[in-house]
Design a protein around this ligand. Structure first.
Ligand code: UT7
Length: 337
């Protein structure tokens, strides 16, 4: 049977480093508050005067991943693009990425599952490979948050956590009898909790896409988040969805070499580690440098974990896990071939 094997990874962040001290210039916040509550020290933002979209960041990450796999864009038979911040409302960012890669007929699929976009993406890639629909898939997570954040004190709880960035993986269907590749995935959504993290406008449900008389700095143009509610839900659901995948794959937590969680808040991931009684080296953090890059966060962490030789040897098992807007949550178990 075909197994879905990650051949390579790539990443890209825009050149502007925004430190917590830089944010102090726009809003009433402090380096101390941000570090204590989130673990974040800096994040990267696109040039605020330019026109960089999610597909531009994705292009750079995709080229790095494809070079590393020895693939060209012509080798791809499917592109999956996970983002909550597509270049424009439609068409999807995958269309723009494919065009930038010089392609004119390769199928693309945008996934709008926010922080779990990569988890939904890898599960989709696995299904395409196992059903024979595709052999060589590029999966990208890419976000440009900075152009849509409320940079006044009103938006400080959200704005300090998000960063721009992209990461990509090349996934190939490989015939092998070994237990390898994507072992299992567990995905969930509870749309009853959608209001906990949302950007409401513009919205097709309103005439002209804006409620009449709405000013351009209306809070509904920006992400609004009930941070404490999401925090509590994450701490409860992440261990649960990890156990769900472990049970499905019939392996134990002790078999996992590295947990690579969505980087939403260092405290969430530390609480997860404590709850599972994990040794510190078994859970990966890089939120300090990048903030929360949403759909890019898990593949970006995977890329760095492989580069730092924390994971990637044949037979090692990684567990990807996350929860975010939707609310959506999930976990994926992956064994390196
Ligand atoms: O990946 C997407 C999914 N999202 C998440 O996973 C986010 C989960 N939640 C969180 O990460 C945290 O809830 C936050 C980092 C967003 C907030 O941390 P918190 O410890 O839950 O703080 P809080 O919202 O309870 O606010 C505590 C205080 C409030 O002031 P008062 O009412 O106690 O006077 C806030 O107004 O901190 C204030 N505050 C800030 N102060 C300085 C909120 N944001 C800031 C800020 N700088 N940036």
């Amino acid at each position: 049977m075909k197994k879905s094997i990650i051949r390579s990874t790539g990443m890209f962040v825009p050149p502007n480093v925004i430190t917590n001290h830089d944010l102090e210039k726009f809003m009433d916040t402090s380096d101390e508050w941000i570090k204590q509550r989130t673990g974040i020290e800096q994040r990267y933002w696109i040039d605020q005067e330019g026109t960089t979209g999610a597909s531009d960041l994705a292009y750079e990450a995709a080229i790095m991943a494809m070079d590393s796999a020895g693939w060209t864009a012509q080798d791809l038979d499917f592109i999956i693009f996970a983002t909550l911040s597509p270049d424009i409302m439609f068409p999807g960012a995958g269309c723009f990425l494919a065009a930038k890669l010089g392609l004119d007929s390769t199928p693309t699929l945008d996934i709008r599952q926010q922080c779990t976009g990569f988890l939904y993406g890898i599960a989709t890639a696995d299904a395409y490979i196992k059903s024979g629909l595709a052999k060589k898939i590029l999966l990208v997570g890419s976000e440009v948050h900075s152009s849509g954040l409320d940079k006044s004190t009103r938006g400080r709880d959200v704005t300090v956590i998000f960063g721009d960035g992209a990461a990509a993986v090349c996934i190939e269907g490989v015939k092998t009898d070994e237990k390898a590749g994507v072992l299992t995935s567990s995905l969930h959504t509870d749309g009853n909790l959608a209001e906990a993290l949302t950007v409401e406008l513009p919205a097709s449900k309103f005439p002209d896409r804006f409620p009449p008389g709405v000013p351009v700095d209306d809070i509904r143009f920006y992400p609004i988040m009930n941070g404490p509610a999401i925090f509590k839900k994450a701490v409860r659901m992440l261990p649960q969805v990890i156990n769900e995948s472990l049970e499905k794959a019939q392996i134990g937590l002790e078999d996992i070499d590295l947990i690579i969680p969505h980087q939403a808040n260092m405290r969430i991931n530390q609480a997860l580690g404590q709850f599972l009684k994990l040794e510190e080296h078994k859970i990966f953090h890089n939120i300090q440098k990048y903030g929360n890059t949403t759909a890019a966060s898990i593949p970006l962490a995977l890329h760095e974990a492989i580069a730092q030789e924390r994971i990637g040897k044949s037979g090692e098992i990684a567990l990807f896990v996350g929860l975010g807007a939707g609310l959506t949550w999930g976990s994926v178990l992956y064994k390196f071939l």
